[in-house]
Design a protein around this ligand. Structure first.
Ligand code: UDP
Length: 378
């Protein structure tokens, strides 16, 4: 049996942060990654058209957390990038999140300021005190007309569930704006890594104490690596317990099929991301990567995203049934010693990138503090 101080399953955000932190305090770290590359779903590369593209969908970093911002700046230079998204609705391209321009363009209005926009919203919304699901959340914010045009069918395509079958939190990720702000996020720090995400992860993992095993399924080599101080598991939590026979119910995940096309012209669309919320289009959005960082190339690469049930697990599906199943897994997980479940798939929770960084950093700090407390108690 091989000895290593820290075993980490998965080389995504959570795995890379923990590897970097433990290596920095002199621990020997082994990262076991099933895929043939590091960086998890942030993985990007230069494609045949010379464009930096992301293999698993666009990743836009944004945070209000100074400590996370400082941390990521240790491993890459970043350039400011305020993400903007347009949605194709009624043959028009309108801003999403909904703002004054969205309403003016779709309904041929000339709302000029916040109070007029608020009046429009008040006339349209169906107010509820505590939205119980995604449908109530959108109706409460913006009312039925825009719910139907921009949210209902997009959500069905994305989740294979209508908004009333999902937690309110899913739809509440997107705000409604009473001004002209057309940014997707409103966080203080919004930026992209200058050399791409893969390089950022390379820089995090480049340490003599860190070894990365690619193309290795942890469950195939598990027996070899039982001699550790701590194990961090970042894969799907139900997979971890699959072989124990303890819980048989599977958690639901959504996956994405990415259909990549080369277009023989300089640009395909005016924006990096165009959403297609209508029922008539089978994909949810088209990403044109060359917009990020204003890249130059003769041709352009576009990626249509089709959400599916088949394929690698990307999105946990937050609804009461899955939450209940997850809580059973969590109970099992909490009983294990020296094994920690961290990240989106292991916690069965949709974290933004900055939250994933933060959670991993916090876990490391908390475990170090516990150690210090134990030391002083002896
Ligand atoms: N959504 C929608 N229409 C859109 C964009 C988003 O109905 O044009 C809904 C959809 O249910 C989605 C949720 O809002 O899952 C959150 O959107 P977000 O962009 O945060 O999801 P992401 O693309 O980051 O997974």
């Amino acid at each position: 049996m091989k000895k290593t101080d820290i075993v980490i399953v998965g080389a995504g955000i959570s795995g890379a942060v923990l590897a970097e932190r433990y290596a920095s305090i002199g621990k020997k770290v082994l990262v076991i990654e099933k895929r043939n590359h590091i960086a998890g779903n942030c993985y990007d590369f230069i494609d045949k058209n010379g464009i930096l593209v992301s293999k698993y969908g666009a990743h836009l970093f944004h945070t209000n957390d100074k400590s996370v911002w400082r941390y990521v700046n240790r491993f890459s230079d970043w350039y400011p990038w305020e993400h903007k998204v347009k949605a194709r609705v009624d043959e028009k391209l309108v801003p999403i999140p909904v703002n004054i321009t969205t309403v003016n363009e779709l309904f041929n209005l000339s709302i000029r300021n916040e109070s007029e926009m608020q009046t429009w919203i008040d006339e349209n919304r169906i107010a509820v005190e505590q939205p119980r699901n995604g449908e109530e959340a959108v109706l409460n914010r913006i009312g039925p007309i825009l719910y139907e045009k921009m949210f209902k069918h997009y959500t069905k395509k994305q989740w294979d569930k209508y908004p009333d079958e999902l937690d309110a939190s899913v739809l509440e990720r997107i705000p409604v704006r009473t001004n002209f702000d057309d940014r997707y996020f409103s966080d203080q720090y919004q930026a992209l890594p200058k050399q791409g995400y893969t390089q950022l992860f390379k820089n995090m993992l480049e340490h003599p104490n860190i070894e990365v095993l690619l193309e290795t399924d942890y469950f195939d080599v598990k027996e070899e690596y039982q001699n550790y101080e701590k194990l961090f598991y970042t894969g799907p939590i139900d997979r971890f317990f699959e072989f124990t026979g303890k819980i048989s119910e599977k958690l639901e995940y959504r996956s994405i099929h990415f259909a990549t096309e080369t277009i023989d012209s300089e640009f395909y669309q005016e924006n990096s991301v165009v959403n297609y919320p209508g029922r008539e289009t089978p994909f949810t959005r088209i990403v044109e990567y060359k917009h990020f960082g204003n890249q130059k190339s003769e041709k352009t690469t576009i990626v249509k995203e089709y959400t599916t049930d088949i394929g690698e697990p990307y999105y946990p599906v937050p609804n009461p049934r899955n939450k209940e199943i997850y809580s059973q897994y969590k109970k099992e997980a909490d009983q294990l010693t020296d094994i920690y479940f961290v990240g989106r798939l292991a916690n069965y929770k949709y974290f933004n990138m900055d939250e994933a960084f933060k959670n991993a950093l916090n876990l490391f700090d908390a475990l170090q503090q516990d150690k210090d407390i134990l030391k002083t108690a002896v």
